[in-house]
Design a protein around this ligand. Structure first.
Ligand code: ADP
Length: 325
């Protein structure tokens, strides 16, 4: 009921009486009063006047279940939201939910992670109150070797969402990091459970540095939207715009299982194609010139001997030759 009251308050331009809300939503005025007080405790600025009723004046920068539910506009993804103020890793929780049979589109959002994960067992710095930590459960009917393609779709949707909400020149570092001014603002970690020829489920974890102002010394390549844009951004807005974009790309992808439709936009924002890169895999490191991103998600590069190679996401890192990008 809390999310319904919140949504209703957000829709009103003028004051609305407790009686009106209770009639509209079919609950007692006493429960409305209780809910309004709860919302105030969470930081919503709701003006109440005995004569006129209630008016929502200001929304706090939080990403609770009710807040996200009140702004998300999707049809299928992000409808079932699980929120934690603190959790070890959102990907781990989604995996547990997946094993219990939860439906596609279920999401887990946390305000803070105590064991946030990056790729290849790395750690994702996840302090409270400032960033987005979110994982999505997907159940695409695809072969396991295709699962990493979803990472590129998520990357594009988040890059576009950041651009739209902040106006910053966000770019994609192939395959899936989002950078602003050459520094990382978002990381994406895709994990899956699969049989030899079919995927059981895919978990996509997304970490966005939204309003964090300082990073650990060992993260010289990290930045946040607030550091780059000079102002604070509503985390909920980014989540909502992201889901708008991601849902339409993902639904189209599930029909044809190809990245073809998103490739032009992906390449427009892909900063990796702009300059020479250093490819680091488990056996070697070499400098190469990026040539293209293909519809299967691979990166085509030309090495210094002029040979073209296709690089697949996974056990490989791509860096700029002088810095992170
Ligand atoms: P890669 O940059 O090789 O693709 P990952 O996507 O796995 O690496 O991200 C994990 C790495 O990102 C960590 O090893 C660390 O260097 C860096 N990192 C950790 N937390 C953050 C953060 N909050 N923001 C930006 N970078 C981070």
């Amino acid at each position: 009921m809390k999310e319904k009251v919140l949504k209703y308050l957000k829709e009103q331009k003028e004051y609305v009486s407790g009686e009106q809300i209770s009639k509209k939503l079919g609950v007692t005025r006493a429960s409305i009063w209780k809910i309004i007080n709860k919302l105030k405790e969470e930081g919503y600025m709701i003006e109440s006047s005995t004569k006129k009723g209630y008016k929502l004046m200001e929304v706090p920068n939080i990403i609770t279940k009710e807040e996200v539910q009140s702004i998300i506009k999707t049809q299928c993804l992000g409808k079932n939201i699980n929120y934690f103020s603190e959790i070890d890793s959102t990907n781990e929780i989604v995996k547990k939910l997946a094993r219990k049979g939860e439906a596609e589109g279920t999401i887990v959002i946390a305000d803070k992670q105590t064991a946030g994960k990056g790729r290849l067992g790395r750690v994702w710095e996840s302090p409270s109150g400032v960033n987005i930590f979110m994982s999505i459960l997907l159940r695409p009917q695809i072969k396991p070797d295709k699962a990493s393609q979803i990472t590129l779709i998520v990357g594009l949707a988040m890059c576009e969402a950041i651009r739209e909400v902040t106006g910053l020149d966000a770019r994609i570092k192939w395959p899936n990091d989002i950078v602003v001014n050459g520094k990382k603002v978002c990381g994406i970690l895709t994990e899956m459970s699969a049989e030899i020829d079919c995927v059981n489920y895919v978990v996509v974890g997304i970490g966005v540095n939204v309003n964090q102002m300082e990073f650990s010394e060992n993260l010289p390549h990290a930045t946040s939207l607030k550091i780059e844009g000079g102002k604070e951004y509503q985390r909920g807005n980014i989540i909502s715009v992201f889901f708008d974009k991601f849902e339409s790309y993902y639904m189209a992808y599930k029909t044809d299982i190809t990245l073809e439709p998103i490739l032009p936009a992906y390449k427009t924002y892909c900063i990796t194609l702009a300059d020479k890169v250093k490819i680091i895999d488990s056996i070697q490191e070499y400098i190469a010139e990026p040539v293209d991103v293909l519809a299967d998600g691979s990166l085509v590069v030309k090495n210094e001997e002029g040979e073209e190679k296709r690089i697949f996401t996974g056990e490989v890192s791509v860096r700029g030759i002088y810095g992170y990008v």
